[in-house]
Write a protein that binds this ligand. Structure first.
Ligand SMILES: [Zn+2]
Length: 51
């Protein structure tokens, strides 16, 4: 799982050694703190949504 912000440089990934639950928690925290939209894709393989 890789999560990233659509509005700033924030990102969080299980590739960094975090669990999926931790990544989800970090994403929610970022949203709550900033109101930014966080999108995600699963690893592997990385699939980038273009919409
Ligand atoms: Zn952000």
């Amino acid at each position: 799982m890789h999560k990233y912000c659509l509005e700033c440089e924030w990102q969080c990934s299980t590739a960094d050694g975090r669990t999926e639950a931790d990544v989800s928690e970090q994403a929610i925290e970022h949203f709550v703190e900033t109101g930014h939209t966080v999108d995600s894709f699963r690893l592997p393989p990385p699939v980038i949504r273009l919409n």
